[in-house]
Design a protein around this ligand. Structure first.
Ligand SMILES: CC(C)(COP(=O)(O)OP(=O)(O)OC[C@H]1O[C@@H](n2cnc3c(N)ncnc32)[C@H](O)[C@@H]1OP(=O)(O)O)[C@@H](O)C(=O)NCCC(=O)NCCS
Length: 174
């Protein structure tokens, strides 16, 4: 699965993203949760326009050393959307807030392509660490993150309200 299928998440991707999220997450995000990660559709004559909408220039001085605070969403699409990821950047840290792949596309490298893209974006924007929370019982996601070099940085007991499951806090150096 190639990273060339990864592009910024557009308003027009929302229905497909919500369908994947509903399958993937026991407490799925709603449309309003994705709002800050969506970009307007690109003009058809310039498909690359807006690719850097998540760069520091979108948030302030344009100086990469300036504090970054922004959101970025991506989808993997060929052209149907089969996966997505959402990241928030603040100061020199990035937080992976959501990543999911349509179940019939698991084990094909879709999440890996998204991860490669978002790490490259974070590094380009001067972010040094990537953080996330994962359910302790989500063995598949934990294996995926371990393969990507994440290490456990903490554990929050009874963190998830739906089943009182613990959250593991993972971090990866960029
Ligand atoms: C966790 C999740 C995002 C992983 O997505 P994925 O697209 O299946 O992940 P990848 O394919 O990149 O990597 C996982 C597997 O594919 C294999 N793989 C990677 N690149 C590959 C390629 N080019 N061709 C074939 N297989 C490949 C990996 O070795 C790995 O193998 P395994 O499935 O046998 O363990 C997905 O299972 C998911 O959406 N889960 C539900 C949502 C979720 O839990 N999100 C995380 C919340 S914190």
């Amino acid at each position: 699965m190639t990273v060339s299928c990864v592009r910024p998440m557009l308003l027009t991707d929302l229905a497909a993203v919500l369908a994947i999220e509903a399958q993937a997450n026991p407490v799925p995000w709603q449309a309003s949760d994705f709002r800050v990660f969506l970009r307007p559709p690109y003009p058809s004559e310039n498909p690359d326009a807006g690719v850097d909408a998540g760069s520091p220039q979108a948030y302030g001085s344009g100086d990469p050393r300036h504090t970054l605070s922004g959101q970025m969403g991506w989808v993997w699409a060929d052209p149907e959307v089969q996966g997505f990821a959402c990241v928030v950047g603040a100061a020199d840290e990035a937080e992976l807030q959501a990543i999911a792949v349509a179940r019939d596309h698991w084990s094909r490298g879709v999440a890996s392509a998204l991860m490669e893209t978002l790490c490259a974006w974070a590094r380009r924007n001067g972010l040094r660490t990537l953080h996330l929370e994962v359910r302790e019982g989500n063995a598949r996601a934990r294996e995926f993150y371990a393969r990507w070099g994440f290490a456990q940085a903490g554990r929050r007991p009874k963190y998830y309200r739906d089943n009182a499951e613990a959250a593991l806090l993972l971090v990866k150096s960029l």
